[in-house]
Design a protein around this ligand. Structure first.
Ligand SMILES: CC(C)(COP(=O)(O)OP(=O)(O)OC[C@H]1O[C@@H](n2cnc3c(N)ncnc32)[C@H](O)[C@@H]1OP(=O)(O)O)[C@@H](O)C(=O)NCCC(=O)NCCS
Length: 204
């Protein structure tokens, strides 16, 4: 799969060699606080997940988010994962997900830019019609990033997730291809500064 380039990030295929990095990220309670994970993750589980994903390339694409060091001949480093989960080709619909494992890089717009890239790729290359996601009500950072990328609140599953002794709602947000097109026709990318151009924690 070719790289997908954004303004500050690029997306590449997840490799088996990434597994130690994934284990580091997805065993960090701060990173997993708003993911559908309840127990520490073992290497063998992660390897099984990877092998399973590789057997269904038509329906699940998990990618690594990388940032450049800004040099003329840039080198890149991994900061998180994102991707399309359970693509439904008949309805041209897919759930997406994201996790930025490098906590020091939260709140710097990378989540918004990644989602905008997934939207762009989903509509303009995969020919999807609808892209949607689930986010816990306890994750205002995620909700804000998805709003900035153009996702619209669709509804919520009430008290659908139990964690830390309490239930929280799970919001469903989505964007349709026409909505994206309209914002492009108006000539304004959904999030200022961006170009026009999922149950795994990697895309949770
Ligand atoms: C959720 C996540 C993808 C967002 O990515 P990010 O790069 O941190 O987000 P961005 O910088 O693009 O946008 C975050 C926005 O939320 C805002 N924000 C941060 N904390 C907030 C809070 N407590 N309440 C309201 N807004 C908040 C930021 O100020 C920013 O908005 P602004 O640009 O208008 O100021 C990332 O933080 C992450 O991966 N977290 C851990 C795993 C996770 O929760 N995955 C998502 C599961 S649905």
């Amino acid at each position: 799969m070719p790289y997908i380039y954004g303004k500050r990030i690029r997306l590449r295929a997840a490799e088996k060699e990434d597994i130690p990095t994934f284990l580091h990220w997805f065993n960090d309670p701060e990173v997993t606080e708003n993911l559908m994970m309840t127990t520490p993750m073992a290497r063998v589980e992660e390897e099984r997940w990877y092998d399973c994903m590789m057997q269904k390339p038509a329906t699940e694409h998990v990618m690594v988010i990388e940032i450049s060091d800004g040099q003329q001949k840039p080198s890149y480093r991994a900061i998180g994962t994102c991707g399309f989960i359970s693509i439904d080709w008949r309805n041209r619909s897919s759930e997406v997900g994201i996790s930025i494992g490098e906590k020091s890089l939260w709140d710097q717009g990378y989540g918004t830019e990644t989602m905008s890239l997934l939207i762009e790729h989903g509509f303009n290359t995969l020919n999807l019609h609808r892209i949607w996601l689930q986010v816990h009500s306890t994750n205002p950072r995620g909700i804000r990033a998805y709003e900035k990328a153009g996702f619209i609140h669709e509804g919520k599953f009430r008290q659908a997730e139990f964690k830390k002794g309490a239930y929280c709602d799970v919001h469903v947000m989505s964007i349709l291809a026409d909505e994206r097109r309209q914002s492009e026709i108006k000539g304004k990318p959904i999030e200022k500064g961006l170009g026009q151009n999922g149950n795994t924690p990697h895309a949770a």
